[in-house]
Design a protein around this ligand. Structure first.
Ligand SMILES: Cc1ncc(COP(=O)(O)O)c(C=O)c1O
Length: 393
């Protein structure tokens, strides 16, 4: 190549992010990301690591010592959890009621595990009776479930019931809390969850890159006493423990800037208070839902299992879901997403997460969505939607 590529200055559009993640990043988090680097073994960074671990424990509501940010996106924390806890020959029970249960299955297979499933339709949570029956039939060593299924907008209720079943059968529980951590009630210790992983770009409103993971002593005991090494060197928790544990020895160069960002995002959680933050998501997403329904649209998730951080709205008959998404992007700089997997074309996915869970965003979204639907000739009543939203606020 003779000429250098003529790449201009970076000027991404100024979007409002109301999709399934990333969500709008708080300005304080962006500011934290522009602070100078220190080395990943600098004494000042060691202190920052400790602070991040403490803040993560608070956000997960756990005293677990083994609470760390994993370098990479939510899938890295997910693979660290599954790839370390599942040993070759283990059986892992996974759900079939959404997109991310399938990803759990793929990861468990790659870890050398045998996968068995507990079924529920897409758009429904797992029934504890079905989980019990699956335990009776398969005696799994590990049970994975998705607390907040981003593909369906369904929140898994009765988590303690599920963990009780697993523990009565001597299995470890891995919870996917990617779309719940910091936005929806989650109590890792009280609910007896052995391992929980998450992502920073959802209810924590932090850019992706360093992803929360927590393991209790039982899970860590299994990880540290594996017969064979974890298949991934990079995500081997027994090696990561050397860096994030007492030794603070080099394993890989931590994504310093992402750790800064996570620290600030978690400081915002602590300042707000975790329970107040859960309440805010309920309040703001409740107004969003009231607005959508007031407009004449239908939510996809059943009322009892509605997930405030991710709202699934049914696409009315005759409406082109992709054209609406494009209109919102082109005319309003507003991102929402289409359905995934079995629900593709049937729903829109509207996030209400972290810094995006604000009244300003919700009223903007409702007005813009009403306009996009109007362009398609859909019979929606935007004023009624906005009135229902205001009433809820
Ligand atoms: C429930 C759930 N699990 C796992 C993931 C994977 O996270 P990431 O895309 O950050 O790798 C996502 C991402 O949307 C998710 O919603």
């Amino acid at each position: 190549m003779d000429e250098p590529p003529a790449v201009g200055e970076l000027t991404p559009p100024d979007r409002t992010l109301m999709g399934p993640g990333p969500s709008d990043v708080h300005p304080r988090v962006l500011k934290a990301m522009s602070t100078p680097l220190v080395g990943h073994l600098d004494p000042s960074f060691i202190e920052i690591m400790e602070e991040v671990q403490d803040l993560l424990r608070y956000t997960f509501q756990t005293d677990n010592k083994w609470t760390i940010p994993v370098s990479g996106t939510g899938s890295a924390a997910m693979e660290a959890a599954i790839g370390n806890v599942v040993e070759p020959g283990d059986t892992m029970l996974v759900p079939t009621n959404g997109y991310f249960g399938d990803r759990m299955a793929s990861m468990a297979e790659r870890a050398g595990g045998d996968v068995v499933t507990v079924d529920a339709p897409w758009g429904q949570p797992l029934d504890p009776a079905a989980v019990e029956a699956a335990f009776d039939e398969h005696s799994p060593d590990v049970f994975g479930f998705v607390h907040a299924e981003t593909s369906t907008g369904v929140l898994q209720p009765s988590v303690p019931e599920l963990t009780d079943i697993a523990h009565a059968n001597d299995a470890l529980v891995i919870a996917d809390t990617v779309t719940s951590l910091g936005g929806v009630e989650l109590r890792v210790d009280e609910w007896d969850i052995d391992v929980a992983y998450s992502g920073p770009q959802k209810c924590l409103s932090c850019p992706p890159g360093a992803s929360p993971l927590t393991l209790n002593d039982n899970a860590m005991d299994k990880v540290l006493n594996r017969e064979s090494e974890a298949r991934s060197w990079y995500l081997d928790i027994s090696l990561l423990e050397g860096y994030w544990g007492e030794e603070r020895a080099y394993h890989h160069t931590a994504p310093i800037t992402n750790v800064y960002a996570l620290r600030e995002a978690l400081r915002l959680v602590a300042e707000e208070g975790i329970e107040e933050r859960w309440d805010r998501h309920l309040r703001v997403a409740g107004a969003l839902k009231a607005g959508v329904e007031g407009m004449g649209l239908e939510m996809n998730a059943p009322e009892d299992f509605w997930l405030p951080s991710l709202n699934t709205v049914r696409v009315p008959d005759g409406v082109d879901d992709g054209a609406v998404i494009q209109h919102l992007l082109d005319e309003y700089d507003l991102e929402i997403a289409s359905g995934l997997g079995a629900l593709e074309g049937d729903i829109w996915r509207i996030g209400c997460m972290g810094h995006s869970a604000r009244r300003k965003n919700v009223s903007y979204l409702l007005a813009a969505l009403g306009n996009a639907l109007g362009e398609q000739g859909a019979a929606v009543d935007v004023d009624a939607g906005l009135a229902a939203m205001s009433e809820r606020f």
